[in-house]
Every structure is written in structure tokens, then in C-alpha cells.
Write a protein that binds this ligand. Structure first.
Ligand code: GLA
Length: 432
């Protein structure tokens, strides 16, 4: 075959196979109701916290007015318990009329007017996990169209009250149905979480073709144990999970719980750092109206967000589990930069971790190092320099590294774009 023709044919095949909505080339960011507000439908006694249009408007106001939107947190996502217990006369889902008196299209307008996007929740089964009407195979098309007509920008499709056969058919069917509406709608699939999260039950190649992100594992809860369980599972299985991620297709270890009740500040920094390593979607589930300044500073750390949003979209992994209880995580970034996270599982006192970049697999050369949480540039390191990082119990030290001159490259003629001299320059490629 003529090579040009072959290239066209290949491009055509890829275009028809892949979820072709062009969305979420970097991990999506925003706010999601579930972990913090659950299925609180008691608007009579708890009007400001119940699942209602007021809650989503409040959060949209906060995203728009408190600097979140500019950092990339643009989705406001409804989770379970939003709908009425009955479909309407035409068989369409409808919002609970008491809690969403203005209706979802009006809420979508409110959110769009503030430069934000609206996400909604459905379930491929007879009922949602909370017992509300589900999307059965015969209602996939009508539900996709209803969401598009309402101006919805993202759908999380859960998998309670379902079975394997329905999921095998339904998840790809919804992908096609969303595409067929012509409205770009990001698609979050809970499918793998219902299949045990791992191959051979889970086909990550297929998921990358039909979904923009997917929940692989258990629900996050408001506790450090829950965060650790998730980190352990993703790290243990990283060889199977890591290759599945890339622009437009992300593993989702679930929501950020920073700003709630279960994490200390150290643990909050750890969740944020490890979610950045994992190229995870950043959906906060917290109360943005009452967030502490400390939690806000972690969630709004520009360099950290830039690392999470790196355009190469390569998921990082755990490099080492030391006997001391320190674990080292690494993620490659664009423009030859990279990030290292030193994470301590110790429970005694700050631990002085000593190593060299060479032993961590870095190429010979000199490296600029920027400490992501202190905001300080460290003295330049060579690959052989012994460094010491002081890591607090259940905390992290997170570095952004940028090579200055690689010896090999010097010999062959150094690339001037690698000659960074100031922290602004180190951080530049990843700053928003
Ligand atoms: C499942 C999901 C959660 C949440 C609830 C809602 O448990 O995994 O993220 O959506 O259902 O009922």
C-alpha cells in the first residue's frame, strides 16, 4: 500500500476506534459532591448541605470567585441522589423537583455563566448505588440525549445493580451514545472498579478507547487509612495500571478529601503529592465555603497542579520501598523535567532520608531542584551528590527536578533549552 494511503487508513482506524471527543488531554479538575455530602437529602433540616441546586450553586460561586477556576478546577459534578424516584412521562430521568426546583438546564446555565462545566451521575443498572433510577440498556440513548439537551459536560456512570453482561454492552454503548449527541461530554466509567480493577477481567485498551477516566478501585472515605489503602493498591499494581493512562484517558484513584476531617496537614500534602504522581483527576470533595487556609494552600499549589497537569500525561510510579518505611515515587515530565516524592510511612519523628539521584536511576548530570511545598530552590545536585531529605511522619517531601547540562549532551553539544538558571525557569514549563 502507498505509505501515504496507509497513514490515512491508520489515522482513520484510530479515529473511529478511540473515544474521539478530544476532551481531558490532561487530568480533569473540579469538585464532586459525593465524599463530603453523600446522599444528604434532608433539605428541611440541613438546607445548606443537602443535595440540591443550592449546594451546587454555592460551590460554583466558590470555584469562580476564590481562584480555583483559573487554576484549572472547572468541573462542578453532581453525584448520586439528584434525581426524582420516577422518570417523566417520556421516560426521561428528571431531577428531584423539591431539591432542584429550577431544573438541571438552569443549573447548567448558572455554571456555564461562571466559566465552569457541569458533571452529572448515572448508573448502568436498574438502580443507582443510592437506590435512584438507573440506566438500563434500553435507556442508554435517551439518557445520553437528555444529558446533552440539559447542557451537561461530563457523566460519571456507576455500576451498581448491574451485571457483567450488561456492563460489557452498556459502557461502550454509552460512549457511542454520548458521541452521537454531538455535545462534548467527558465520560467517567466505574466499570473496572466492578471487575476487580485488574486484567484479565479489565481490558484497559478498550477502556482507553471508550472512556476519558475510570474508577479502578474502592471508594475513598474521610480517613488516612483509606488514602493509604488506595495508594497501596495503585502502587502494588502499577505495572498493569500505569500504561493505561495518557492524554484523554486516566486512572482515577477517587476524590481529594483535603479540607475535610480525616487528614492531618502532612497527610493532606501526601494525598496531593501522590495524586500528582499518579496523574490522577483532581476532584475535590470538600466544603469550599469553609475551607481552611492551610487546605486551600495545598489544593492551590500552582507548581504541584502544573506537575499533575503535565502535557506528556505519563503516569508516575513507586520506585522504591525502603526498609525504613520511606517510599520514593517518580514521574517524568515534559522538557526533561521530573518529580520525586519522598513519602514516609513512619510514625515516630521526622526521618532523614539519604540517597543520590544516580541510585534513583537519574542520568549523569547536574540538576536544579525546587521543593514544591516550601517553595525554595535547593543547591544544585549532581547525580552523585548525597542529599538528605527530612520527611515528617505520614508526610512527603516533593521535588521538581530539571537537568542543567547532561554530560553526554555537553559532549554532543548541549541543548540550550536545558540550561535553566532560575526557579521561575525551572517551573516555567509546568506553570499554568
Ligand atoms: C458508588 C461510587 C461512589 C458514589 C456512590 C454513590 O459507591 O463508587 O463514588 O458515586 O456510589 O451512591
Amino acid at each position: 500500500m502507498d505509505p501515504l494511503l496507509f497513514a490515512f487508513a491508520l489515522a482513520f482506524c484510530t479515529a473511529t476506534l478511540a473515544l474521539d471527543n478530544g476532551l481531558m488531554r490532561t487530568p480533569p479538575m473540579g469538585w464532586l459532591a459525593w465524599e463530603r455530602f453523600r446522599c444528604d437529602i434532608d433539605c428541611k433540616h440541613d438546607p445548606s448541605n443537602c443535595i440540591s441546586e443550592r449546594l451546587f450553586r454555592d460551590m460554583a460561586d466558590r470555584l469562580a470567585e476564590d481562584g480555583w477556576r483559573e487554576l484549572g478546577y472547572i468541573y462542578i459534578n453532581i453525584d448520586d441522589c439528584w434525581s426524582s424516584m420516577q422518570r417523566d412521562k417520556q421516560g426521561r430521568l428528571q431531577a428531584d423537583p423539591d431539591r432542584f426546583p429550577s431544573g438541571i438546564p438552569e443549573l447548567a446555565r448558572y455554571i456555564h455563566d461562571r466559566g465552569l462545566k457541569l458533571g452529572i451521575y448515572g448508573d448502568l443498572g436498574t438502580h443507582t448505588c443510592g437506590g435512584y433510577p438507573g440506566t438500563t440498556l434500553d435507556t442508554v440513548a435517551v439518557d445520553a440525549q437528555t444529558f446533552a439537551d440539559w447542557g451537561v459536560d461530563m457523566l460519571k456512570l456507576d455500576g451498581c445493580y448491574s451485571n457483567d453482561t450488561v456492563q460489557q454492552k452498556g459502557y461502550p454503548l454509552m460512549s457511542k451514545a454520548l458521541n452521537a449527541t454531538g455535545r462534548p461530554i467527558g465520560y467517567s466509567c466505574s466499570w473496572p472498579a466492578y471487575q476487580g480493577g485488574l486484567p484479565p477481567n479489565v481490558n484497559y485498551t478498550q477502556l482507553g478507547e471508550i472512556c476519558n477516566l475510570w474508577r479502578n478501585y474502592d471508594d475513598i472515605e474521610d480517613s488516612w487509612d483509606s488514602v493509604l489503602g488506595i495508594v497501596d493498591w495503585f502502587s502494588t499494581n502499577q505495572d498493569l495500571l500505569q500504561p493505561a493512562a495518557g492524554p484523554g484517558q486516566w486512572n482515577d484513584p477517587d476524590m481529594l478529601i483535603i479540607g475535610n476531617f480525616g487528614l492531618s496537614l502532612e497527610q493532606s500534602r501526601s494525598q496531593m503529592a501522590l495524586w500528582a504522581i499518579m496523574a490522577a483527576p483532581l476532584f475535590m470533595s470538600n466544603d469550599l465555603r469553609t475551607l481552611s487556609n492551610e487546605a486551600r494552600a495545598i489544593l492551590q499549589n500552582k507548581v504541584l497542579i502544573g506537575i499533575n497537569q503535565d502535557p506528556l500525561g505519563i503516569q508516575g510510579n513507586r520506585l522504591l520501598k525502603e526498609k525504613s518505611g520511606v517510599e520514593v515515587f517518580w514521574r517524568p515530565l515534559s522538557e526533561s523535567a521530573s518529580t520525586l516524592v519522598f513519602f514516609s510511612r513512619r510514625t515516630d519523628m521526622p526521618y532523614h532520608y539519604k540517597n543520590t539521584l544516580w541510585k534513583l536511576g537519574y542520568l549523569p548530570g547536574n540538576y536544579k531542584v525546587y521543593d514544591v511545598f516550601t517553595g525554595r530552590t535547593m543547591p544544585e545536585l549532581t547525580h552523585q551528590t548525597y542529599f538528605t531529605a527530612s520527611i515528617n511522619p505520614s508526610g512527603v517531601v516533593m521535588w521538581l527536578l530539571s537537568p542543567t547540562v547532561h554530560r553526554v549532551q555537553t559532549q554532543e553539544g548541549a541543548n540550550p533549552s536545558l540550561l535553566h538558571n532560575h526557579v521561575e525557569e525551572i517551573a516555567r514549563p509546568i506553570l499554568l
